[in-house]
Design a protein around this ligand. Structure first.
Ligand code: F6R
Length: 600
């Protein structure tokens, strides 16, 4: 979702801004722009579409040591040059970029700005006009900025430039992510640490309802009422090389291939020298004491949560519910006496999860975040964090983060069993080691998945995925992967459920992928596949050596039953990847999607 970069220092700002925006491209956007401070005021460049078009529009030497940049994912107003950021105040003194959604922008427009001329349909323009309004009333820019922020309802990450003082940029946030990167004689502000790595690996957090005045050698952080805040910087453990594609044509393929290494890394990170699980004592106590775990997540992370529930209930006998965070947020079910909330989020920024986190914290409940981004909002704000150690995931479609989430949940389940003094025979570390080796084998057999994609998905309009038990949860993810990157209408169903209505959509040649790795329901899933085949469906079977039958298209080595989702995920990811490739889709940056969904 929208990305922000701001720069102030001794170098040409344009290069850092463009490079930073390019790093943020993976988050999803539909227009981009930058503004540079010049002695004649801010110079703006913006374009609808990709950053490549923006670079063409900038074309040539432009200078300015202070600047701000933005990639926009449209919320208010269609994707267009006029709605692209940066936006300027009517008299062009102030220029701003904004992520988030201002809920009361119409009201603010009516109350304060009836006489201002607006050049866009965005809620963001109201913010910059308000800064000018308060500045015209005699406030300093710092004061006008903070006063404006205090009027905004909703979410925002904002960076502002003032023509009358190009030696500072102003930054503020509420609910949307924004950090300051501190360099030597230069500072940078961005919505993601990765966008600042060309300048620094040292960062200062901005908390909600705080604002900062950033110069090339100083950062002054304040609450919105003007109280000064002192906050230490921290070093991010992130390698710029992790954000490069290397020899791969797409990040998605690279990240699929990284999965065995990620699993091995997780084993290493969570294992003591003596072979025991390494988890904070307080997490163990929370697991032991809770009477019910409530998992909150969205999309792929929700699908990982469904597997997490199976693991926690089967391995640790801990009652667990899985909720779509955006639903839970507005419709809280009856809670147990001592709930533990577990937030699963690759980005650690998903606004729906954050909404729940803020509320349950107020209610006094304990919270744990499972995320791939340490230092992310959900990680900072929860009582505990478990890191998934998958390395930066750049492709919009989540692959390695998903299998990493399930692996960490398997470790959590085993620890939960130990915390309760149970004698579980599930050895997560040993079983994950086997999973990593099986993943290696699958990655070496991409030609099979490419053939399946060609045979079944090359020009289909729709596709169904069926499975039972754990396979059902995995086919939901298989369908999501296919639809998000190939735009094939794909749905995942519990094997027994398809005939209760949806079977009406089966036509001659409709592809149906049947995942059947669970011995106790293998026969049932195969019967369900026969039902659709009798009506013309083109069925593709994914099984294991334990459940295989003659003619199955993809047969995987057997792993622990509870961990089969970790291995069936790979062929499903690869089928989606090759289907998208055959259909000429932009695999890493599918249309309309964002990597980090920071609005509700
Ligand atoms: C799909 C995908 C999304 C995310 C969802 C939640 O490939 O990545 O469905 O899983 O937007 O995002 P996180 O995990 O960052 O909370």
């Amino acid at each position: 979702m929208c990305g922000i970069v701001g720069y102030i220092g001794h170098k040409q700002a344009k290069d850092t801004l463009i490079k930073g925006l390019e790093v943020l491209e993976y988050r999803g956007y539909d227009s981009a722009g930058i503004a540079l401070a010049t002695k004649n005021g801010a110079k703006l460049y913006k374009e609808k579409g990709r950053i490549a078009s923006l670079k063409e529009a900038i074309n040539g030497d432009v200078s300015g040591m202070t600047g701000i940049g933005h990639t926009r994912w449209a919320t208010h107003g269609k994707p267009s040059k006029a709605n692209a950021h940066p936006h300027q105040s009517q008299n062009k003194r102030f220029t701003l970029v904004h992520n988030g959604v201002v809920d009361n922008y119409q009201q603010l427009k009516r109350d304060y700005l009836p006489d201002k001329h607006f050049a866009s349909d965005t809620d963001s323009e109201v913010i910059v006009q308000l800064v000018e309004y308060f500045s015209e009333k005699g406030k300093s820019t710092d004061e006008a900025f903070r006063q404006t922020l205090s009027l905004l309802h909703g979410s925002y990450a904002i960076v502002l430039m003032d023509n009358e003082n190009a030696d500072a940029i102003y930054a503020g946030k509420n609910k949307s992510p924004l950090l300051i990167g501190t360099g030597s004689g230069e500072n940078v502000v961005a919505s993601d640490t990765m966008a600042m790595l060309t300048v620094t690996k040292e960062f200062i957090e901005i908390h909600d309802e705080e604002a900062a005045v950033v110069t090339n050698d100083d950062v002054q952080l304040k609450k919105l009422d003007g109280t000064l805040v002192h906050r230490e910087s921290f070093q991010a453990e992130i390698d710029e090389a992790d954000t490069e594609k290397g020899t791969y044509s797409h990040f998605m393929l690279k990240e699929i291939d990284e999965q065995p290494a990620v699993i091995r890394n997780i084993i290493q990170e969570y294992q003591n020298k003596d072979g025991n699980i390494k988890l904070e004592k307080d997490i163990r106590t929370a697991l032991e004491e809770t009477d019910r775990i409530y998992i909150m997540a969205a999309g792929t992370s929700y699908h990982a949560g469904l597997i997490g529930k199976e693991l926690l209930e089967k391995v640790a006998k801990k009652p667990t519910e899985v909720h779509i965070a955006s639903e839970f947020l507005y419709d809280e079910p009856m809670l147990s006496e001592n709930p533990l909330f577990v937030f699963i989020s690759q980005s650690g920024e998903t606004a729906d999860c954050r909404g729940v986190l803020v509320r349950v914290k107020k209610q006094g409940y304990r919270t744990l975040t499972v995320t791939n981004v340490p230092g992310s909002t959900l990680s900072r704000e929860a009582d505990f964090t478990l890191h998934t150690h998958a390395g930066p995931e750049i492709a919009v479609a989540s692959t390695k983060a998903y299998t990493a989430q399930m692996s960490v949940l398997a470790i959590l389940a085993m620890d939960c069993a130990h915390a309760q003094g149970m004698n579980s025979d599930f050895d997560a570390m040993k079983e994950l080691g086997l999973v990593a080796s099986v993943m290696d084998t699958i990655c070496d057999q991409k030609d099979i998945m490419e053939q399946v994609a060609r045979d079944y998905m090359a020009d289909t309009r729709n596709c169904f995925f069926i499975g039972r038990s754990l396979d059902y949860h995995v086919v939901l993810e298989g369908a999501l992967k296919l639809k998000e990157i190939s735009y094939v209408q794909a749905e995942g169903f519990a094997g027994g459920e398809l005939k209760h209505g949806t079977i009406a959509l089966i036509e001659e040649g409709t592809p149906v992928v049947a995942v059947t790795t669970q011995p106790h329901v293998n026969r049932n899933t195969r019967s369900n596949a026969q039902e659709v085949m009798a009506r013309g469906a083109n069925a593709c079977f994914i099984s294991t050596e334990e459940t295989r039958e003659e003619g199955d298209q993809i047969v995987l080595p057997t792993v622990h039953r509870l961990l089969t989702p970790l291995i069936t995920a790979l062929p499903l990811q690869l089928i989606a990847y090759y289907a998208a490739m055959h259909r000429g889709c932009d695999v890493d940056k599918p249309r309309n999607l964002a990597k980090s969904v920071t609005v509700e």
